[in-house]
Design a binder for this molecule. Structure first.
Ligand code: NDP
Length: 330
């Protein structure tokens, strides 16, 4: 069985030499454990943070140990009550072909109810991030004009569609290619979208949202955040979900301008972490699951084949190669 190890902590953009795909023995499950053959493993931007030594809300990856991340797989051996071989589970030991998992850390999922990969994306962690961040942190209400960056990605594409389905007055998205922009308008029903590589974000946002915005859902930081404050209406709210534009920076980026505008707008800017919002999971799966089944909410996944391409898939997320949730199929 093969698994990915971190050999050295990347400085700036991660290099292939910082990682190794290593052969490991498949262990049998101990008391209360199951052996899982991973079918899909997740690659997510937050993993870049875990490659650094800096203290954060999750511990850094240990050097010369298997890396971790979301995964779904099939149970091939069980030493735990309530889980049988043939069951499918969601767990946190990705970046490897086989995993021994404590049953208490594995959640059974139903492959008949949704495709297995959906439990990593549209009905999983990134979906809940969109749902909780928009409805709870940004306190979205009907009639709000909503701007979301990273809008063709896993979180962003769902933020825009949930806002539309809940009665936003206008939904605006930004993404890094003309192909993604087309998808936002034609398939996801955004009212306006722009390619941030085609010109200054502030100018493109003002053109796309001439009456301003009430909510900005930030996946990107930097120039996007500055532009959003510049277009914020009175009482506007900003949910700070991620700042992918700075994850590989080696020098602090220049700070956002426009911050003083929060005074005149009585605007609110608030960070959030999906981990605090799992109480919303049942409500989220019920509401968003129904939209997915009816086709009211659409989603894409970018699927990369093979454990040997796990690292390349992760780097692809940082570059923007993905449309929607990026997953690796083993
Ligand atoms: P995505 O599927 O959105 O993939 C990341 C995307 O970021 C890429 O596709 C790329 O698209 C875009 N991107 C990369 N570099 C830049 C840049 N310099 N400027 C603008 N866009 C860039 O990933 P996720 O949906 O999983 O995550 C989205 C954000 O949400 C991330 O910031 C992540 O860290 C955060 N997050 C936060 C959570 C929380 O609890 N707070 C939980 C989960 C995610 P493009 O082609 O458009 O550039």
């Amino acid at each position: 069985s093969r698994e990915w190890h971190l050999l050295s902590r990347p400085v700036g953009w991660p290099e292939p030499g910082d990682f190794a795909l290593v052969e490991a023995e498949v262990r049998q499950p101990g008391e209360g454990q199951v052996l899982v053959r991973n079918v899909y493993v997740s690659v997510d931007p937050y993993m870049r943070g875990r490659m650094s030594a800096a203290k954060s809300y999750v511990a850094p990856y240990e050097l010369n140990k298997p890396m971790q991340g979301g995964a779904v797989g099939e149970v091939v051996a069980s030493n735990a009550e309530g889980i049988e071989p043939g069951d499918h589970v969601l767990h946190f030991f990705g970046w490897r072909e086989y995993a021994v998992v404590d049953a208490k850390n594995a959640v059974k999922v139903d492959p008949e109810a949704a495709p297995l990969s959906a439990y990593l994306g549209v009905l999983g962690m990134t979906g809940l991030t969109a749902y909780a961040g928009l409805l709870r942190t940004a306190a979205f209400t009907e009639g709000d004009a909503v701007f979301v960056s990273g809008a063709a990605g896993a979180v962003g594409s769902q933020v825009g569609q949930i806002a539309r389905l809940k009665g936003a007055s206008r939904v605006i998205g930004s993404a890094g290619s003309d192909e993604k922009v087309k998808l936002l308008v034609e398939e996801y029903g955004f009212d306006a979208a722009f390619n941030y590589r085609n010109g200054p974000v502030g100018k493109q946002l003002r053109a796309a949202a001439p009456d301003g915005i009430d909510v900005y859902f930030d996946n990107v930081g930097g120039e996007h955040l500055e532009a959003a404050i510049g277009s914020l209406n009175r009482g506007g709210r900003i949910a700070v979900c991620g700042m992918i534009s700075i994850y590989n920076d080696t020098e602090p980026a220049p700070g956002p301008k426009n911050l003083a505008r929060l005074i005149q707008t009585r605007g609110r800017i608030e960070g959030f972490l999906v981990n605090d919002h799992y109480d919303l999971q049942p409500q989220f799966v019920e509401e968003v699951g129904a939209w997915v089944r009816s086709g009211a909410l659409k989603y894409r996944e970018t699927v990369v084949e093979g454990i040997e391409n796990n690292l390349e898939a992760f780097l692809g997320v940082l570059r923007g190669d993905n449309i929607g949730k990026m997953v690796v199929r083993l």
